[in-house]
Design a protein around this ligand. Sequence first.
Ligand SMILES: Cc1ncc(COP(=O)(O)O)c(C=O)c1O
Length: 486
Amino acid sequence: MSLNPEVDLPPEEFRTAGYDVIDRLVDYYATLTERPVFPTRTPADIAPLFDLPAPEQGESLDRIIADWTERIVPNSALQGHPRFFSWVNGGGTQVGALAEALAAGLNPNPGGWRAAQAAAVIENQVIRWLVDLLHLTPGSGGLFVSGGTMANTAALRMALTSKADWDITNEGLQSPNRPAKLTVYMADHEAHVSFYKALDILGLGRGALRRVPSHDDFTIDIAALEQMLNDDIAAGMTPFCIVGHAGSINVGALDPFTELARVARRFGVWLHLDGACGALGAMLPELRDAYQGMELADSVSFDAHKWMGVPYECGCVIVREPARLRQAFGITASYLHEDEDPALEPYDFFNRGPQMSRGFRALKVWMSLRHYGAEGYREFFRRTIDNARYAHELVRASPVWQVVQPEPRLFIYSFRYVGDGTRDDDELDRVNARIADEMKRRQVALVMTTRIRGRLTQRLSIANHRTTREDIRATIEAMAAIGAEE
Ligand SMILES: Cc1ncc(COP(=O)(O)O)c(C=O)c1O
């Protein structure tokens, strides 16, 4: 069957363009470490490069692809760069990039079985692998979503629908039968913004998040949590969810999961573990103790686009009782599917998650896990943890740095510049902000500040498998040198 030559490229032209794309990617990766990690240009510099009228006539593909190399790459922060330490961004892999091309080429829509058979089967298979690798409860189910924010939103929606004793599907939060104030509980030191977004989307209001005191090591204070739940119930509130950190964003804290599960059972609330950064650490046998009890949570989320290096976007939510997905997201319409074949239920993701149409995200995880193997990933995770521990070692060894967290268990590490110890905290906040700005301006590394217990600190997210100990040493030395200029 011939394709439409007005849209489809002739095979040779497609092949040539495809090889050109691959050549450019190969060159990009070959020169990655020599490139500046962050462009120092402003929007006023970059916007004019793209400020063209909407194209009325088509142009040559060569020219368009060349713009990737000439205009897009030089004006982009390079997440794959070994000195990109900001936010919690994954370094990306070539295998993932190839998977994206293959997924786009087939272009399935794994909203459900009828639309995408192999893709739907692969998605459930990958979820089974992950349940196994993370030592979650056998029989758990789940799906891929855009990222941690959507995974947390989906988890809160499931928490809400499982707790609701009124017709939440039809009446939602407008029901006259709904309780006065529905509340969620989380340790106070971070409470990742994704939960505020989730509360916005669900219409619960940001005030629904109750921040529970945490210990000096940033783990949630279980006694304070129980007290708060009792007090809130006595005050007429309806707690519906506890959120535990499986790797918090600033210090990589791991809450005591078994204890959290015990409290959640006692109060009849859902337990969600936000493992966007850290749930994958459960794959490491040496961290088994720290992840004890993760399998007891009602839901666990993680981002494959972070520590696993799968290209954006790829978040995941896993649920101990897969029926909860349908309870929260089930929907039907004559044009979706008309018969009720129960054998299709596990593959009908439109009925089990927040999206209708969806991309073939599972392919990049499936290909990555197959190519690197769990053992390959374990080695890669260990390397990033070793880098974070090395940073801790360097910080402890120099009086210009203040240790603000315990030895890192994951790849995230925060610390604060204090210099010769003569400056007050406000002045030190200013110096710490300048260190991060200067590191970026001088293009040594992209580091970022955060606030820990109210004070500005440096924060390194070392999720990239390309980062070496030498990168860590050079980065911390350059930061100290900038601090000393003050
Ligand atoms: C702990 C935690 N939760 C949730 C998120 C949100 O994930 P995403 O940016 O993929 O939506 C992040 C992102 O860094 C995170 O670190």
